[in-house]
Design a binder for this molecule. Structure first.
Ligand code: PLP
Ligand code: SF4
Length: 434
């Protein structure tokens, strides 16, 4: 099925006409507190017995992830019907939530934006026929197992398929059932080998799953070997740990990373309520270790699909010194259709931000095209007319302004600004007259 067919079938016109912010008002009205206060220490009361040392230990959270509907129902009120529905969903797409992330959920709000990212919804299977299994066709661009070389100068290294939390909008959710692999030394050596003999690779992205599920020691073995390759200029790590389990960003990890810079880290905040004191501290530690943190958000229906929510997210990120990098159109993946928005939503969000706030706060809105087409940026259209001579542009307020296009032969007399041309003509006339 084509993308446009899906969009037109699943986005009723009435919803499209609603202002985008309407989907968020529920949770936001209840959310009186500023972004980075309070949420951290507000553990779900069922975790109140957990000692501080356990709570601050990322391995404790990992071991105690909530993975069954029965367990979940102890923390979040679920009716019998909901429970049996969710059991059906988790048979296809498993469930895993860290106690930390679960504690960010308001258990009494069915529209909570944190909840919708973590707790399964019946639509994952009831709308399950829509979308594709592997839209990005990463397998096609894999040069050796686990290494995707799609763009000329950078490669993506997939070290594991394990994640601390299973996000309901995940592009890789079809793989959750094959669960639990980590590339072995031999496989990693094959990836490194390819990078060694491919000198145009100057940027290596270590990703997953989530690569920080590996022990720091194991991760160091990989990073050290990548760093030893002369032509690799930068290393990037793609991880959601700062958001779903910030305790992972400990001194040991940061010390290790600081030895192999330049390392950049991309994380994945989708909502400003995820920016807690713990999470902010994690980003701060990374920065102090010389690791700049950028953010990649996925645009999600009913979670962050309004200008207002995106502005709050961006501003909270900048306060945490994290740069908004990409805003992704949600990929066309089976089991995520209910979370997808029409492309117009993303464009109008960017339009609502550009000019209204600092450029630093504005991510690039991109579609990661199916069939391995790569990322394509989408922009509001500010050009009303464009000729060799001039552009007619509109600014963020809707003012229309003409801009002279310098053009290739702008040194030529013909391209002189009209006032000068006029002055010369007048001078010539004066000469003729005298
Ligand atoms: C997203 C992606 C990259 C990195 O893209 P940037 O625009 O440089 O952040 C590299 N390889 C693959 C396969 C990707 O999907
Ligand atoms: S962290 Fe990324 S890869 Fe892991 S489940 Fe979430 S979206 Fe998927």
């Amino acid at each position: 099925m084509t993308k446009s067919a899906i969009v037109s079938r699943t986005i009723p016109v009435s919803e499209e006409e609603e202002p985008p912010s309407s989907t968020m008002t529920n949770s936001e009205a209840k959310e009186e507190e500023p972004p980075s206060t309070g949420f951290a220490s507000r553990r779900n009361r069922l975790f109140s017995h957990v000692s501080a040392s356990d709570w601050n230990d990322w391995k404790w959270h990992f071991r105690n992830r909530i993975t069954s509907v029965k367990e979940l129902s102890r923390f979040i009120p679920l009716s019998d019907k909901e429970q049996s529905q969710l059991k059906l969903v988790t048979a296809k797409y498993p469930l895993a939530i860290t106690p930390y992330y679960l504690s960010l959920i308001n258990p009494d709000d069915p529209d909570d934006p944190i909840r919708k990212q973590a707790i399964p919804a019946i639509e994952e299977i009831s709308m399950g026929s829509m979308g594709m299994e592997d839209p990005l066709e990463e397998k096609r661009d894999s040069v050796v197992p686990g290494l995707v070389h799609r763009y000329p100068d950078r490669v993506l290294m997939v070290l594991t398929d394990i994640c601390p939390m299973l996000c309901r909008h995940c592009t890789r959710k079809r793989e959750w059932h094959n669960g639990g692999w980590v590339r072995n030394d031999e496989e990693i050596e094959a990836m490194l080998d390819y990078i060694r003999r491919t000198p145009q690779v100057r940027d290596v992205i270590i990703s997953g799953g989530d690569p920080l599920t590996l022990s720091t020691e194991r991760l160091e073995r990989v990073i050290a070997r990548v760093r030893a390759i002369q032509h690799v200029e930068i290393i990037r790590i793609g991880t959601r740990f700062p958001v779903v389990l910030p305790q992972r960003i400990d001194a040991e990890l940061c010390n290790m990373l600081s030895k192999y810079g330049p390392i950049w880290l991309n994380t994945h905040y989708n909502h400003y309520r995820e920016i807690t004191p713990e999470s902010t501290r994690a980003c701060d530690r990374l920065l102090r270790a010389g690791v700049p943190v950028n953010n990649q958000t996925v645009l999600l229906r009913g979670i962050n699909d309004s200008v207002e929510t995106q502005l709050k997210l961006s501003h909270a990120l900048l306060k945490a010194k994290v740069r908004p990098y990409y805003l992704f159109q949600c990929d066309e993946v089976q089991g995520t259709e209910h979370l997808r928005t029409p492309v117009e939503t993303g464009i109008s969000i960017i339009e609502g931000m550009r000019g209204h706030t600092s450029g630093l706060a504005i991510p690039s809105f991109v579609i990661d095209l199916p069939s391995g087409g790569g990322k394509v940026p989408l922009q509001p259209d500010y050009i009303l007319s464009h000729t060799k001579e001039r552009l007619i542009l509109r600014n963020y307020q809707g003012r229309i302004i003409t801009f002279r296009n310098p053009g290739a032969d702008s040194g030529n007399k013909l391209e002189m600004v009209p006032q000068v041309e006029e002055a010369i003509v007048n001078e010539d006339r004066a000469l003729v007259r005298s």
